[in-house]
Write a protein that binds this ligand. Structure first.
Ligand code: NAG
Length: 399
């Protein structure tokens, strides 16, 4: 049998297998969701297979498949789209075409993809940025940043931070006709992680005079210290993002050394000298009662100090915004958070909401009972439109 035949066979078998993955009853359009999940799983399994053969890194293979979603920066009748760089970081800028008497609102967007994947040029991100610019009559800047496995923490964080600082410069805001009092940041998944992290960093930066009015975090990843939260337990095989893929993303953010991933999979990566940090991610005290139901809290197991010395990033607040203390959280802007019931990252978002509220920050939580990871950005499914509408109307009222 030729290589193509074998590949086709594998794809067929895997395809049939995953197409029958049972989904929770309340998920809308289950066949469409299964189809989305199937495509992602095929890319992942092909990636794991080629990685096993030593041909390419898992994330490079997935990115190769995803690359077909790239679209050029094409202006349309409503929005002018251009590509430029902010502080040497490539960004896409969306400016509404209609004339405006007043200054516009400005939204800085950070795409998701586990710090390894994604691009502002992908059609789903491009479409939502376009619609956001048009419907809010706002300038949207969708940033790129360097990705793993080639680049690790803190490169992703620093790129986003450097681009954001450029965006908030008065001369840049003036150039795009943006009101300095009405700027915000938004991001999904790993982009939500980066958005939350740079929003915190901004508070301590005396160089930046213009501050953000809002932050919007769409199913964000906020901590890698405890990877055995109830949401990880319940959604180990949830659509789109499994626990194993999320753990791989987290570990790839810091290193391609698979020993970190291995330790993270058994929740045994935080050394005893850092165990004081567990109080910031303690789901037993930070999750609302109904999400704790049926789960017994146990503190993560003790990890090796060597691993933490080699890859200190996973204990760094710039990678884990939940580790910030209350005195820092207190100064954060008004916040919007989307969490999905069927998502390993659900409890990260819920715990951050609790911590922000305890610190006195005004937070709107949109918990989606029939939601799953990535739901906002899959084209052509009802839940995507529904969440996008809710998100844009929150921005419309609060930005
Ligand atoms: C987590 O919270 C629970 C309940 O509030 C508490 O009993 C436990 O000691 C905490 N554990 C850690 C590691 O902070």
């Amino acid at each position: 049998m030729g290589r193509k035949t074998i590949l086709l066979l594998i794809t067929g078998v895997l395809g049939a297998y995953f197409l029958y993955t049972p989904l929770p009853d309340n998920i809308e359009q289950p066949w469409k969701v299964m189809w989305i999940t199937t495509q992602m799983e095929i890319a992942t399994y092909l990636g794991l297979f080629t990685e096993f053969l030593g041909i390419s890194h898992l994330m490079d293979t997935i990115m190769f498949f995803m690359g077909f979603q790239e679209v050029p920066p094409t202006s349309d009748e409503k929005v002018t789209v251009m590509e430029t760089t902010f502080n040497n970081v490539p960004v896409r800028v969306y400016v509404p075409r209609r004339t405006s008497e007043t200054l516009r609102r400005g939204l800085f967007y950070v795409h998701g993809g586990g710090w390894c994947l994604g691009d502002a040029a992908f059609s789903n991100y491009d479409t939502v940025s376009r619609r956001t610019a048009d419907r809010l009559d706002a300038v949207v800047v969708s940033t790129n940043y360097r990705l793993a496995p080639k680049y690790h923490f803190p490169n992703q964080f620093e790129d986003v931070y450097n681009a954001l600082k450029w965006f908030l410069r008065q001369d840049v805001l003036d150039k795009y006709g943006i009101d300095a009092k009405r700027t915000g940041i938004s991001g999904d998944s790993a982009g939500g992680n980066l958005a939350a992290a740079v929003a915190q960093q901004l508070l301590e930066d005396p160089d930046v005079k213009n501050k953000l009015k809002i932050q919007s975090l769409i199913y964000p990843a906020l901590q890698p210290l405890d990877l055995d939260l109830p949401s990880y337990r319940e959604n180990m095989y949830a659509p789109v993002l499994s626990k194993s893929l999320m753990v791989r993303f987290w570990s790839e953010y810091f290193t391609t050394d698979r020993s970190l991933e291995k330790a993270m999979l058994s929740n045994q990566h935080v050394p005893v000298e850092s165990s004081h940090l567990f109080k910031f991610v303690n789901w037993s005290s930070l999750l609302p009662e109904r999400f704790k139901k049926g789960h017994v809290y146990s503190s993560p197991r003790q990890g090796s100090s060597e691993l933490a010395k080699k890859y200190p990033g996973f204990l760094d607040v710039r990678a884990a915004p939940l580790l910030a203390d209350d005195s820092k959280l207190r100064s954060l802007p008004q916040t919007y958070v989307i969490t999905c019931q069927y998502d390993v990252l659900r409890d990260d978002g819920l715990m951050y909401v609790t911590r922000l509220r305890n610190a006195g920050v005004k937070v709107t939580l949109n918990h989606v009972e029939d939601g799953f990871h990535g739901a906002v950005f899959f084209d052509g499914i009802y839940i995507g439109y529904r969440l996008e509408n809710q998100y844009i109307s929150w921005l419309s009222e609060n930005l």
